[in-house]
Design a protein. Sequence first.
Length: 418
Amino acid sequence: MKRQVVYDLTEVLLASTGRLRYYGIARVVAEIGAELRKRDPSVRFAVFSQGHGELFEVFPKLRDDGSVDLNVPSGIRQLRVRSHFHTKSVLRDLLLVPIRPIVDRRNRRAWQEAGVDLKPIDMNGKTLVSCGRPKLIVDMIGALDRRGTKFEVVPLLHDMIPLHDFEHQLASFPRNFIGDNQVVAGRAKAILANSEFTRDEILAFSQKGILPPVSEVFAVPLVHECPEGIEPPEQTVPDEPYILVVGSSLGRKNLEAVFEALRLLKGQGRPVPTLVLAGARRKKTDKYLQSGHGDAIRDHVVFRENPNQTDLVKLYEGAVALVLASRMEGWGLPAGEALWLGTPAICSTAPVLREVCGDLGLYFDPDRPEELADHVNNLMTRPDFGKQLRARIAEAKPHLRTWSNVAEDLQAALDGLD
């Protein structure tokens, strides 16, 4: 008997409030959901209400042009109080006793005021497939368990990065991340991973005892495909040559290496492109640029805050190159999207980025910005080099991964379960 799959669209609901409209995980959830709707009419879809502690069914619609309207309510701001803590605190737990009901009432009121008319979905005997953040999956598991619901969960995990030695603004974040993933992995019928690299990471941390024993872990690599936006353009593309970075974080994202590469180019009298930082603007990055470190390059850096999909595609297409300097990624979506649109991707030697780009990418040691500077200089000053690279990227496009490939692999993994 074929299992009844319920696909979780909660990240799309949360992203609709605006602050996370183009958040990477929300994109993944939305695109896979749309492809599943096209491929398999038996799949059902739901969103989780924090205030009700239930999953509510939604009904994505196929448009006449073949695209999908996910038909998820929009603009409902849900306050979230963590449902499961992974450290002991008597005082915290006492304080949350009166707070939780207040937050739940507020969330139910927001749901009601938005005019949402959805019906709860009975999850008994069903398989919840979620590509959302582990902390949200933990909320769903807890709510369904409290109701005595008998169900399976198959999560897609995006990375194990916080389990490594990287900086975090909140010291509690790695502990919560570990705890959330322990709960999710311990309850999972099987685990999906967004790359072969992430699959290996999950298995390694399970073998070390950091994660519980896992039954099956299937790699469902993400995509290169970058769909055209349907929104009207809101931002402009620079007229001068520029390199593009999607995201503007220091630390693990290693934006410092990109800044240093610009300084090296300028100090050596070589052409210096404009650096476009696309995404949420970060205070630490602003502070860095306003410090003495930013004096030499500040005028070469521009921001394009939270570009919509239409604007992001134009930024990719117009760039000399996309630069992804991260020390570690779970997949590396910007690099794949750049290749899909014919733009060179200059990536660090983080293992998964070779999985994404193969021999189409240009690579540099994340601790050697001079290597990045050389790649940028070659693209800026050697037209034949750039033209040949773009020709190879264009020739490879039929072999790049699409969202349809991801949905197909996800369904194959589900079909392979007992």
